[in-house]
Design a binder for this molecule. Structure first.
Ligand code: HEC
Length: 141
């Protein structure tokens, strides 16, 4: 049972280029296929995320929120990119559980952020979105 909320996608009139790699196969920056991106992202995940979020994305109760079937993650792709690119220090509610913890900025390249998020989105009941390096560049601060 995965709660998939559509908010944060393209509704709400957020100014964007309107180009999305999910819809527009002509967008090729970095790995040209989803499979290749996922394979590269899996390695980034093992090295940079699994120590906290755990190998199956299940998180650590009370300390690290899950990425597996995360309603928070799947609700807003741009927000997910921001978190992986910049870190997160605040209060989040993931699948009904509150986390008031801190994720450091990890210093990943645009491609690494794109690949690892594409990997995470294809795993564990998540929403199967693709993230490109162009999308990461757009939200970096
Ligand atoms: C040092 C531990 C640590 C590492 C490493 C880490 N995270 Fe996190 N992550 C956290 C914590 C803690 C939070 C919640 C922060 C808060 O409460 O403000 C979080 C939150 C998140 C969230 C939003 C909440 C959710 O579960 O949907 C996403 C998405 C996320 N991390 C993805 C990643 C990815 C992808 C990586 C690897 C590239 C990564 N994190 C590496 C600790 C970590």
């Amino acid at each position: 049972m995965v709660a998939r909320t559509p908010q944060g996608e393209t509704e709400g009139g957020e100014p964007s280029s309107g180009r999305d790699a999910d819809q527009d196969p002509s967008i090729v920056d970095g790995p040209s296929s989803r499979e290749h991106r996922v394979a590269l992202g899996a390695a980034v995940f093992v090295e940079n995320c699994a120590s906290c979020h755990q190998g199956e994305g299940q998180g650590i109760e009370g300390e690290v929120p899950p990425l597996a079937s995360s309603d928070f993650l799947n609700a807003d792709k741009t927000r997910a990119i921001e978190i992986v690119a910049n870190g997160l220090d605040g209060v989040v509610v993931v699948n009904g559980h509150e986390f008031a913890s801190r994720m450091p900025a990890l210093g990943l390249s645009d491609d690494e952020v794109a690949n690892v998020l594409t990997y995470v989105f294809q795993q564990w009941g998540n929403s199967a979105q693709v993230v490109t390096a162009t999308e990461v560049r757009a939200v970096r601060r």
